[in-house]
Design a protein around this ligand. Structure first.
Ligand code: FAD
Length: 410
């Protein structure tokens, strides 16, 4: 049944959900918007949680996606501390954890992802932490400081960022990575090696090819990480950073197509025409690469929020964006664009033993598939454009640091 006035319910008040509400108003949606979020906070940015917030360098205001007054000004109803518990597609309604039943004309699922749990003995001990929300970051910060030792399980971006922040807080940090190198899933060898060296230089110990067997406790609190080869890594706290799992159960239970994430098209439409899905909970097309997959990034959350809002408001779809991501560790700004599937050749511009270089991943025809830049924002911007254009560039041109990339003709 249609609502009067027409109503959009957004389930999940994170980066994607909060952005969708704002774009809907910007694109002219005049009906009701109800933003339902499980966390007690209005939409906020997660990236600083492992960086500036953890180091005590950010404020609640700087974390907020929009000022508190924005939602009242834009007539966006916030229902915080409330979970969407069930979805009835036939009746077009959702049931909330406070018992309320909300009808919708359009539903946007912006449910995010949650940290993957460590399925090992000791994972339940006090001091074993994961990082997704403000409360997690505050609990982690309380466990860090001079004289404390943090063991980070997982050498992905979040693990490395937390290790860097732990050092800034005066704690010792050791990163335990199962693969042969850090960032094995998301970065090329050159960047992995550079970052590992930077971490060592800042006092972070990095253990690779290291399989965790268990966490050992004393009086209910974590005291060491035990490795499969018998090594024992003493610690006072453990951060488990082994990836995220999409929150797609609500959609699965309602019979929407899911494939390790809610399956959507380039307008963020799910398999139900009245339901959209955006952000970390989706499995989306990657048109530049002729495949589909999950992206966990702020730019992706914003892009899909735009796609859904544009489709609902009858506007032309936004042009597809190149997937991109950033990370801050120590005094390094990392910026990555594109995905290096099927890379044939790697070209380094600059010197990777000093910050201020970029790595280009090319296919067999010298098409630029991806760029990874370290303290090299101009090369990143130019590289991102080359990826978007699927430009073919001779490796010698990319290597030549005497010529700015911005000006090259393709
Ligand atoms: P989220 O922001 O997770 O929001 C989903 C919300 O939905 C959550 O508040 C959740 O509680 C709520 N929810 C879930 N289920 C329900 C339900 N049933 N009912 C109601 N509410 C529900 N990305 C970058 O691009 N650069 C970075 O440097 C970077 N750093 C990061 C650092 C950390 C520590 C983390 C955790 C993430 C980082 N990311 C970074 C990733 C980025 O923050 C996410 O990709 C982005 O937040 C995704 O937005 P989202 O709205 O899909 O999910």
């Amino acid at each position: 049944m249609s609502q009067d006035p027409p109503r959009i319910v957004i389930a999940g008040a994170g980066h994607a959900g909060g952005s969708a509400a704002a774009f809907l108003r910007q694109y002219g949606w005049k009906g009701a918007i109800v933003l339902v979020g499980e966390e007690p906070n209005a939409p906020y940015q997660r990236p600083p949680l492992s960086k500036a917030w953890l180091k005590g360098e950010a404020t609640a205001e700087s974390l907020a996606l929009r000022p508190a007054r924005f939602y009242a000004q834009q007539t966006i109803e916030l229902r915080l501390g409330t979970r969407v518990g069930a979805l009835d597609r036939t009746a077009r309604q959702v049931t909330l954890s406070d018992g309320a039943v909300l009808g919708y004309d359009r539903l946007i699922l912006a449910l995010g992802a949650r940290p993957r749990a460590l399925p090992l003995p000791g994972a339940e001990l006090a001091g074993v932490k994961a990082l997704r929300g403000i409360a997690d970051a505050d609990a982690l910060q309380a466990a860090l400081g001079p004289g404390r030792r943090l063991a980070v399980i997982g050498g992905g971006y979040i693990g490395l960022e937390v290790a860097a922040s732990a050092r800034a807080l005066g704690a010792e940090a050791v990163v335990i990575e199962r693969e042969a190198r850090v960032l094995a899933r998301v970065a090329g060898h050159t960047l992995s090696a550079f970052l590992a060296a930077q971490h060592w230089a800042h006092g972070v110990e990095i253990l690779t090819d290291a399989q965790v067997a268990a966490i050992e406790g004393e009086a209910g609190a974590a005291r060491a990480v035990l490795l499969a080869d018998g090594r024992r890594i003493p610690c006072d706290a453990v951060l488990v950073g082994i990836g995220a799992v999409p929150n797609s159960e609500l959609a699965e239970a309602a019979g929407l197509d899911c494939a390790g994430g809610i399956v959507v098209d380039l307008a963020a439409r799910s398999s139900d025409p009245a339901i959209y899905a955006i952000g970390d909970c989706t499995h989306r097309p990657l048109p530049l690469y002729g495949r589909s997959g999950r992206l966990e990034s702020v730019p992706n959350a914003i892009e899909q929020a735009k796609q859904a809002a544009a489709d609902i408001c009858g506007r032309p779809p936004p042009s597809p964006e190149v997937p991109w991501f950033w990370s801050d560790q120590f005094d390094l700004r990392l910026q990555m664009a594109g995905l290096a599937f099927a890379a044939h050749e790697v070209v380094v511009r600059g010197t990777p033993d000093a910050p201020g270089f970029a790595v280009f991943h090319l296919d067999a025809e010298h098409r630029v598939l991806a760029v990874e830049a370290v303290n090299a924002p101009a090369d990143f911007m130019a590289g991102r454009l080359l990826v978007a254009k699927q430009a073919r560039v001779p490796p010698a041109t990319l290597r030549d640091t005497t010529q700015p990339l911005r000006g090259i003709t393709i």
